[in-house]
Design a protein around this ligand. Structure first.
Ligand code: NAP
Length: 267
């Protein structure tokens, strides 16, 4: 089994990372930074975002596993003290196939960013946001090439189902089960009065739909793709749609999505 480990960099995560390498060596796993089959993220959901973007060019060939060093996360199934159990299960799965992991595949968000300086493509695991740097954002939102609304406000967030529990949730968006192949549009503090009007409700678009956001004034904008920030002053438009590829997670034991939601938000 070819594996790679990324950790958050705090002492506990670094120690666990070393422990993982030792256990992995005992079981004959091979460390491979170029083409791992399994990428283990040790830290938090933020660490998983880093792991995902580190291997963005190899997503179809990799399954991710998350070990959380805080509480259980949305992308992390395993607690720090369960590392030996995880490695045992990974080992049995790779040798005999008796404890084959369930590979679950979740939707991603595909972005085409059109700027005066060129066109750029990205994939997000959680979400894309567009925010103003100097005040109110003015942007036209189209859905399937039809003008939908003129947005004025702090910004717009487009999330994946697994990202729906992150920034999107803080914006009052719905939590979406990741088997639903959709993207969600949520407003960030829109201006609504007798002159300016937006829908005001989060919208869910199915995978065969797309939305375009057009910058409608000269404005400095902050674009975020998960944890990555890009400042632009020449944005023309951004097209968002459910990506053709999906991200894979290896589940060595069941941890249903709604249990994660309950544990994370209700305790
Ligand atoms: P961060 O500001 O250090 O962490 C943001 C928080 O979001 C962390 O507690 C992280 O969990 C949690 N998180 C990440 N993905 C999640 C998911 N899919 N479901 C539930 N919680 C999730 O930033 P970061 O670690 O670089 O992560 C970037 C993410 O922060 C963005 O993708 C965005 O979703 C989120 N964010 C949220 C807000 C907000 O809610 N107002 C504002 C900005 C950004 P861990 O502690 O386990 O890492």
């Amino acid at each position: 089994m070819r594996y790679y480990v990324l950790d958050r960099g705090d002492q506990l995560s670094v120690d666990l990372s070393e422990q993982f390498h030792k256990l992995a060596a005992k079981h004959g796993f091979r460390l491979d930074a170029e083409s791992p089959e399994i990428v283990v993220s040790i830290g938090g959901d933020g660490t998983m975002l880093h792991a995902f973007h580190t291997f963005i060019d190899h997503i179809p060939d990799i399954a991710f596993v998350g070990v959380h060093t805080g509480h259980l996360g949305f992308y992390a199934d395993w607690q720090a003290d369960e590392l030996p159990q995880l490695v045992e299960l990974m080992s049995s799965a790779s040798k005999s196939g008796s404890v084959r992991p369930r590979i679950v595949k979740y939707p991603l968000l595909e972005l085409e960013i059109h700027r005066k300086s060129g066109n750029f493509s990205y994939i997000a695991l959680n979400e894309f946001t567009l925010k103003g740097m100097d005040g109110t954002v003015v942007a036209q939102v189209d859905i399937n090439d039809q003008t939908f609304e003129m947005f004025r406000g702090d910004g717009i967030c487009i999330s994946t189902p697994t990202g729906s529990t992150a920034y999107n949730k803080s914006l009052g968006g719905a939590m979406v089960h990741p088997t639903i192949e959709a993207l969600q549009i949520a407003e960030i503090a829109s201006i609504n009065n007798r002159v300016f009007r937006t829908m005001g409700s989060p919208l869910l678009l199915p995978k065969h739909h797309h939305t375009d956001i057009f910058s409608r004034k000269e404005q400095r904008l902050l674009l975020t793709i998960d944890h990555v920030n890009i400042q632009v002053d020449d944005l023309i438009s951004v097209r968002c749609q459910v990506a053709k590829e999906k991200v894979s997670f290896a589940r060595y034991r069941p941890f249903p999505f709604w249990n994660r939601v309950r544990e994370a938000f209700l305790g």
